[in-house]
Design a protein around this ligand. Structure first.
Ligand code: AMP
Ligand code: ZN
Length: 673
């Protein structure tokens, strides 16, 4: 090993240890700053000496890999599910069944039932090789690049380990991670995620693993599978997993009587609310592995284990009043004010009532006694009314007819559940909401202008619409309350810098109804400039991936308003980006503006490469089969798109090689001419 290798090795080891201490043992040895410096140094070295890079280097934890489709793989050992039980009675029955097969007195291990998604990770020679989701138990998805971003999962093991083994556990989203994610989403005007398990599962399936890396996922391991007869008990295997560097937690308990098992359950039934993550029950396992083998499996689950599921907690309280909140795009959300009540470890005072139908379906009335429940979701829900306790003389609730903020009559469009206030221009929460959205991180990212500043600027009449930000002068800002010279300067600089923000973000920032971050990206890619987008027909818009009629109509409506056009004109004058920068050099224009769509599994190139080729040769990619489509390129197992194209009869159908011929032969012709 040369000096560089030694240095890289030492850095990796140091970082791995720090990661382990921080994410598994929960103690921090160095400041974030020092940690980042080390990581930076490692990344730099790996960049300079790519020959020493290693897929298991801790520098890769921050991601940087895109997975379009997670390959389906077969589990070498099936992943079973667990039988459920809901009462001590059920557990007793199970224990009796166990005792029938086992002569000795049985020992049990009680563990927390982590509420996430199960994962099976393969280690070979101490290195993480592959991570597969449960799927249907026989086959799952290979999500290795994403799993590697989870800091508490070791990429390389220390100490003694079996040469080859699987370890199984649960990937979870800790309460804090979800809070952080939701705070960001709310700031962006997005709906917060309600359910930690679904969010964990959705996060693990993100295509961009640098996004996964930011989600703060965690993983608890509970099952080692190896052919070496290393352990004789589940308890020992948990201890060994801990020693190998896995996060196991200190929650499990070895019990020799059912009484102890019940105590464990009772304890965690209330204590679970103080855990940093959600659990939905307790898992009870027979401790001895030879006894486990003797008991074996049913068609679906091991006979040697059973899950006890906690009941969702439910309490009664009184509905005091209803508030109606107005969102950035005018959507009205009714919110219940409840008599404060303790539920699942927190005081509940408010609950969303969603929309008019929700209220009507429950026939909810002011002063009603309602049942509030907290299951797997973070936000408590009103699930029912105790009609027996309803006071006489209460009256049916009428959903408000006018906007609580500006008095404008509300509209509920056909097929929509929500009401909205159409006074987009002058309804105060909509105006400030739009301004806040404009400066937010995923939009123009002007972080020197926070929500409070926006309100103040609006109150003082300095900023009435999004274009006004670009007219602000430092002198105007300095005179505002609590505004120091330095922060005024920062604001001006931040605003100036936002002029470089790419078109796709500008498109999201201007706040077209129903155009979220992803849709904006796709529209920017498809149309490449605001002028082309402005001119697009509903049908052309609908050809864009993810754009349906609702979004298409909303875009048309947006551009038909002269005031919007005026704002765009002004923003353009101030220097904002309204075109996608052409990073792709055109090679030819043999495809002559013809439209292409790819379907099925491609083998000669990836879909991304294919689309790039189309663009580089002057063609256009569209996302659906319609009469605007000229060519459909089909890979293996093409399905409905191919059928539809055949039915239309106007689409030319090519395989991948014919597509390549089209480009190459044509370009040859062009060159010869
Ligand atoms: P269910 O999804 O309700 O069938 O419950 C079975 C699932 O519980 C398993 O597939 C695991 O993902 C999960 N689980 C959570 N914690 C544990 C644990 N400590 N031991 C075994 N399985 C667990
Ligand atoms: Zn209003």
């Amino acid at each position: 090993m040369n000096d560089i290798q030694t240095k890289i090795q030492a850095l990796r080891q140091k970082i791995n240890t720090l990661n382990y201490n921080y994410y598994v043992l929960d103690k921090s040895d160095v400041s974030d700053y020092e940690f980042d410096k080390m990581l930076e140094e490692l990344k730099q070295l790996e960049k300079e000496y790519p020959e020493y890079d290693d897929p298991n280097s801790p520098s890769h934890r921050v991601g940087g890999q895109i997975t379009r489709n997670f390959p389906t793989v077969t589990h070498q050992k099936r992943m079973y599910s667990l039988d459920n039980s809901y009462s001590f009675e059920d557990i007793k029955d199970w224990a009796e069944r166990v005792s029938k097969s086992i002569d000795d007195s049985v020992e049990y291990v009680c563990e927390l039932k982590y509420d996430g998604l199960s994962i099976s990770i393969l280690y070979e020679n101490g290195k993480l090789k592959q991570a597969i989701t449960r799927g249907d138990g026989f086959q799952g998805d290979d999500v290795t690049p994403n799993v590697k971003t989870i800091r508490s999962i070791p990429l390389e093991l220390s100490g003694k380990y079996p040469e080859l083994f699987f370890i199984r556990g649960e990937i979870i989203m800790p309460k804090k991670s979800l809070e952080k994610l939701n705070a960001e989403r709310i700031k962006e005007g997005l709906e917060p995620y309600a359910n930690p398990r679904n969010t964990a599962s959705g996060s693990l399936k993100l295509q961009d693993n640098s996004e996964v890396s930011k989600r703060g996922l965690d993983c608890y391991l509970y099952y080692v599978i190896t052919d070496d007869t290393q352990y004789s008990t589940q308890w020992d295997s948990l201890q060994h997993a801990k020693n190998m560097g896995f996060k196991v937690g200190n929650y499990a308990k070895l019990c020799s009587t059912l009484e102890e098992v019940y105590q464990f359950i009772e304890y965690w039934n209330t204590e679970r609310h103080h855990l940093p993550f959600e659990i939905d029950g307790i898992v009870i396992k027979v401790n001895s592995i030879s006894e486990q083998e003797e008991l074996g499996y049913t068609a679906k689950s091991p006979r040697w284990a059973i899950a006890y599921k906690f009941k969702a907690e439910k309490v009664e309280t009184q509905l005091l009043s209803i508030d109606y909140q107005v969102g950035r795009t005018g959507t009205i959300t009714p919110v219940a004010n409840l008599k404060p009540v303790q539920l699942a470890g927190t005081t509940v005072k408010r609950a969303s009532l969603h929309n008019e139908d929700f209220i009507t379906n429950l026939d909810l009335r002011i002063n009603d006694i309602v049942f509030v429940e907290k299951g797997g979701e973070i936000i408590p829900k009103i699930v029912d009314v105790n009609y027996d306790k309803r006071e006489p003389g209460t009256i049916k609730l009428d959903f408000i007819k006018n906007c609580p903020a500006c008095g404008t009559p509300l509209i509920r469009e056909e097929g929509e559940a929500a009401h909205f206030c159409p006074n987009e221009k002058n309804c105060p929460p909509q105006v400030t909401g739009r301004l806040e959205h404009f400066v937010s991180r995923k939009a123009m990212n002007i972080d020197s202008v926070g929500a409070e500043t926006v309100s103040m600027l609006h109150e003082k009449g300095l900023v009435n619409d999004i274009a006004d930000f670009y007219t602000l002068k430092k002198e105007q800002l300095i005179h505002l309350d609590r505004m120091a010279e330095k922060s005024a300067q920062n604001m001006i600089e931040g605003i100036e810098k936002s002029k470089e923000v790419p078109f796709e973000k500008v498109l999201y920032a201007i706040g077209i109804r129903h155009v979220g971050e992803t849709t904006a990206k796709k529209l920017a890619k498809e149309f490449r400039s605001i002028d082309r987008l402005k001119k697009a027909s509903v049908e052309e818009l609908e050809n864009t991936e993810d754009v349906g009629e609702k979004i298409a109509l909303s875009i048309r409506e947006y551009f038909s308003d002269p005031e919007h056009l005026n704002i765009i004109r002004r923003l353009r004058e101030y220097g904002l980006q309204f075109e996608t920068e052409d990073t792709q050099e055109a090679i030819s224009d043999v495809l002559g503006e013809k439209t292409f769509l790819f379907t099925g599994k491609l083998t000669a190139f990836t879909r991304e490469q294919a689309e790039e080729m189309v663009e580089k040769h002057g063609g256009k990619n569209i996302s659906a089969v319609s009469k605007n489509l000229n060519y459909l390129v089909v890979g293996e197992k093409a399905g409905s798109k191919l059928k539809k194209a055949q039915q239309l009869g106007t689409v030319i159908i090519l395989d991948e090689y014919q597509f390549l011929d089209l480009i190459h032969n044509n370009s040859a012709v062009l060159r010869d001419e």
